[in-house]
Design a protein around this ligand. Structure first.
Ligand code: IDP
Ligand code: MG
Length: 155
């Protein structure tokens, strides 16, 4: 199975609500590996680049206002099928519909202010990681716990 990387953002609402530690803790406890991490301010230009697929949509101006309203935490997450695993942990887009146990289901009740972004495919992840991280900011490292997180035939 493929080891993937996903671009995760803790959105401005998560930073404002002091939930970054909780969200990072969930990622770590799941067994995923953090290979990049930074606090940054998203600019309107960066928002348009990131959300290129949504720029022409009616809700985009509100999304840009929201994502540029304060700092975000960008996290590069690595693991077997990391894209799918993160999307499942995040829950569906609207926090009011997200299942309890998911990040959006446990902490959110908004469609827009839904705490976290996660790439929706390995191809999107590659593009988005390139927007938020320079190659040298992504660090490959080995964990001694690997043997206790996945079986040899899954790697
Ligand atoms: P996703 O984050 O679950 O992949 P997308 O449909 O890709 O959801 O939308 C990107 C982001 O835009 C959402 O996470 C949410 O913050 C915001 N958003 C999506 N749909 C709406 C809407 O109808 N109104 C306002 N904001 C929206
Ligand atoms: Mg999306």
């Amino acid at each position: 199975m493929a080891v993937e990387r996903s671009l995760i953002l803790f959105k401005p609402d998560a930073v404002q609500r002091k939930l970054c530690g909780e969200l990072l803790s969930r990622i770590e406890r799941k067994g995923l590996k953090v290979v990049g991490l930074k606090l940054l301010q998203v600019t309107p230009e960066l928002s348009k680049q990131h959300y290129a697929e949504h720029v022409t949509k009616k809700f985009y101006p509100l999304l840009e206002d929201f994502i540029t309203s304060g700092p975000v935490v960008a996290v590069a997450v690595e693991g077997i099928e990391a894209v799918k695993v993160m999307r499942a942990m995040m829950g569906s887009t609207n926090g009011r519909d997200s299942a309890p146990g998911t990040i959006r289901g446990d902490f959110g009740c908004s469609r827009q202010m839904n705490l976290i972004h996660g790439s929706d495919s390995p191809e999107a992840a590659q593009r988005e990681l390139g927007i938020y991280f320079k190659p040298e900011e992504l660090i490959s490292w080995a964990t001694v716990l690997e043997d206790h997180i996945t079986a040899a035939d899954e790697r």
